[in-house]
Design a protein around this ligand. Structure first.
Ligand SMILES: [Zn+2]
Length: 429
């Protein structure tokens, strides 16, 4: 039996030191210097099971997608789990994930402590790491003054998983991909490798078609590991585009999909808050391309420049944050298609008013994926943010409805560009 004592790790010491510089409060949305995307040191968590023999309570982070840097006992059946990021400064996206069980039934209290940050994600709980539900609200509180989350629960011999969001690792993605590839028009290929050698995958949807010209829709996902609702919407969105409906078949006769749903595989498997294993926010690396994941995706997409009968029409970069938001390109930029994001958002707001979808335009200067699509291909693009705590049924509806409206509107654009205006009249840039 292991008895774990409170310990200021070397990492904690470095972390405190690194946060002492001016400008970083631990809560800023984008820390200073985020656009310098050259590699920075990261501090991996230690994978271990920590037991408290007196209470018969056990904690473990020995699985992919976990994050639990330390645990110590405060009192009988009262524990504190310490959660640190992979490095700092960093956006406040404090991912946590661990499993816990006890030798016999016990009521316990678990505090979640973020030494340089504060509780953000509403805890989710699972008995099998597959089916998740939000933590019982009567057992959860969030101490605003010190940013600690407090969970009260009855523990039994059966293992419980507790995490910031559903645990969606690369193996979950691989299983999904294997199922998707049973469709003859879906293929995947490894286009590069992450810092830690995990594959970066391109998933292509290309139904055979009589059309000479096809549009390309580019989908990015999971640049930021904790943004699981955005990831899940991305996958359901793709399933809807791949469905047997007449709408989807019609859409696929005009458009191919190039999707990169798991852009940060190291971050997803290693329980990162924000960064890849190079210690960098990938969605700030679309000017410098210092990171292997962004470089691989860029190089795959640049091959489209040489294909005269393939034109990039649109890009979607899936994320999640504290509300449902579309970040379109400002109206004064001449995108092709023009104003697509605004029209699509209007239709979605009408269909699903409960989303309270906000539309917040931005200019095209920042080094993010959406802007790279516009600056490289002239196409319209959006950063599609899903609410961190969206009701999961509404989330499914959002994914399906947004995909259906997207297909209808894109078919209209295609037809007015190629069919009605005569074939091959649109420049392929
Ligand atoms: Zn994000």
């Amino acid at each position: 039996m292991l008895q774990k004592l409170p310990l200021l790790t070397l990492f904690s010491a470095l972390f405190l030191f690194s946060c002492a510089g001016p400008g970083f409060t631990g809560f800023s949305y984008d820390p200073e210097g985020v656009e310098d995307t050259t590699d920075r040191e990261t501090f991996p968590q230690y994978y271990r099971t920590i037991g408290f023999s007196g209470d018969g309570v056990w904690f473990s982070n020995e699985f992919n997608g976990s994050r639990m840097n330390d645990v110590y006992r405060i009192d009988k059946n009262h524990f504190r789990v310490v959660i640190d990021p992979e490095n700092a400064p960093i956006n406040n996206s404090p991912w946590f994930g661990f499993k816990v069980w006890s030798d016999s039934t016990a009521d316990i209290t678990i505090e979640l402590e973020y030494p340089e940050s504060h509780q953000r994600y509403y805890p989710k709980i699972s008995k099998d790491k597959i089916n998740w539900r939000p933590f019982d609200p009567t057992g959860y509180s969030n101490n605003a003054s010190d940013g600690i989350g407090i969970l009260n629960l009855e523990l039994q011999n059966d293992t419980l998983w507790i995490a910031a969001q559903e645990i969606q690792t690369t193996s979950v993605f691989q299983n999904w991909l294997s199922e998707m590839r049973s469709r003859p028009f879906i293929t995947s290929q490894t286009i590069g490798y992450s810092h830690h050698g995990r594959p970066v995958k391109l998933v292509k949807m290309a139904q055979s078609s009589l059309q000479v010209q096809k549009g390309i829709i580019v989908l990015f996902g999971r640049q930021h590991p904790p943004e699981v609702p955005g990831f899940m919407v991305n996958l359901i969105f793709m399933e809807t585009l791949a469905s047997d409906s007449e709408l989807a078949k019609h859409f696929r006769s005009y458009f191919d999909i190039w999707a990169f749903p798991m852009m940060n595989p190291d971050g997803a498997d290693e329980g990162h808050w924000r960064h890849n294993a190079g210690g960098i926010d990938l969605n700030r690396d679309w000017h410098a391309f210092n990171q292997p994941e962004t470089r691989a995706v860029r190089d795959a997409l640049l091959t489209l420049k040489e294909r005269k009968n393939r034109k990039v029409f649109y890009g979607i970069d899936f994320h999640s944050t504290s509300s449902n938001i579309f970040y379109p390109i400002e109206r004064n930029y001449h995108t092709f298609p023009r104003y697509f994001t605004y029209d699509w958002a209007d239709a979605l707001i009408k269909e699903l008013p409960d989303l309270n979808l906000r539309v917040l335009p931005y200019d095209t200067s920042s080094p993010i994926a959406k802007n790279w699509i516009f600056n490289t291909f002239g196409a319209d693009a959006v950063t599609f943010e899903v609410h961190d705590e969206i009701d999961r049924e509404l989330m499914n509806e959002l994914a399906i409805k947004s995909a259906e409206l997207f297909m209808k509107k894109m078919i209209d654009i295609y037809q007015s560009s190629y069919l009605y205006a005569g074939t091959n009249t649109v420049s392929t840039n």
